[in-house]
Design a protein around this ligand. Structure first.
Ligand code: KG4
Ligand code: ZN
Length: 342
């Protein structure tokens, strides 16, 4: 079956065509350049850009896949979480395609799509696995026991990991989005020059906290202005030390969970999972323990419609789809027993 996936939850306008689970096309129009001048995503501008770009992006995805709109058997679209106006654009478009062609509409949870995204490229992957979804808006750790059966083990108590990267980059005068700029700067820096503290949870929870590391960067910059000006310490060194602290806190958490649960596989996905240093550190740990490690390629880590189409197809093949009255849900979470609205 040919499925069209649509993603407009934040600042990427994306459409993909899948033949069952096989991705035929995955067109992504990034709005980064538009938002960069503001130092972050401006929700109203994002919605307007989606409105202008989505028809072209969908045409591009259909063309690349070599099919016509009328060949589609279903349309899957992100209905949350994300920016309200941005979500509404994609959802309205998907509804009109579903209604006019008489094909099923599947509302997809963006976080569930990130969680399942490694399956697209790793055909040997199977449940159960420990899934870490780390993006600009979320840092969620799940025990994924089966399709639709996810147990949330921990999430962030304050900033999401990507948000911390974005804020730290801003403090260091590096361009938006902060994740790629910090990882690029870190390559030229010396992480051992500064040690930023990592949050220790007082209780036994598996929650994360990144605001402390971010604040430590802020204080460090304020207190060491002269060293930064004289070149004793560079922005690259601060970026490297920050990245190391964030990555350490994530990999330490995975190590701790490993000692509590019987884990055979770890998957990391979402924009921050594109970070090379994080991938290396997690791989070191999974190699040591001889557990399988999966992470999507860069294009499938950051926001994309292929993962939306893939997740939508999982519902459709089980006979589940949404009503035309489905609404955008900006605060949607991945519930332990998956989506209730579909
Ligand atoms: O998944 P995503 O594209 O959008 C959301 O659902 O939020 O993630 C975007 C986030 C941004 O905060 C960005 O700074 C971060 O992912 N990011 C990275 C890297 N590439 C993107 N963070 C660290 N290292 C990277 N290489
Ligand atoms: Zn995302």
């Amino acid at each position: 079956m040919l499925i069209l996936g649509i993603e407009t939850s934040c600042d990427e306008t994306s459409a993909a065509v899948l033949d069952d689970e096989k991705v035929l096309s995955n067109v992504i129009f990034s709005q980064i350049k538009t938002h960069r001048v503001y130092g972050g995503v401006v929700p109203e501008i994002a919605a307007r850009e989606h409105l202008a770009r989505l028809p072209l992006v969908i045409d591009g995805a259909l063309d690349k896949a070599g099919i016509k709109m009328r060949d589609l058997g279903g349309v899957a679209v992100t209905y949350g979480p994300g920016l309200a106006g941005a979500l509404i654009v994609g959802l309205s478009y998907a509804k009109s395609i579903s209604f006019s062609l008489g094909i099923p509409l599947i509302g997809v949870n963006h976080l569930e799509a990130h969680l399942l995204s490694p399956f697209i490229e790793f055909k040997d992957m199977s449940f159960p696995y420990l899934g870490l979804v780390i993006s600009g808006g979320h840092t969620n750790l799940y025990m994924a026991n089966g399709f639709g059966d996810y147990k949330l083990l921990g999430s962030t108590r304050d900033d999401a990991a990507g948000e911390a990267f974005d804020k730290a980059a801003k403090m260091l005068g590096l361009p938006y989005p902060g994740g790629p700029s910090i990882s690029k700067a870190a390559l030229k820096g010396d992480a051992s020059k500064i040690i930023f503290p990592q949050a220790q949870m007082k209780d036994k929870s598996h929650d994360f906290s990144f605001s402390g590391i971010k604040t430590a960067v802020l204080y460090y910059i304020e207190r060491n202005k002269s060293k930064l000006d004289s070149g004793g310490i560079t922005v690259n060194d601060v970026a490297a030390a920050f990245q190391k602290a964030v990555v350490r806190s994530i990999s330490n958490k995975l190590r701790r969970i490993y000692s509590e649960y019987n884990i055979g596989a770890v998957a990391i996905s979402g924009g921050v999972a594109a970070n090379n240093y994080l991938q290396e550190e997690v791989k070191k740990f999974t190699d040591e323990r001889k557990i399988r490690f999966y992470t999507p390629s860069m294009r499938l880590c950051t926001d994309n419609a292929a993962m939306i189409g893939y997740t939508g197809y999982q519902y459709l093949k089980r006979g589940a789809f949404s009503g035309i009255d489905i609404e955008a849900d900006p605060e949607l979470m991945v519930a332990e027993k998956s989506l209730k609205k579909v």
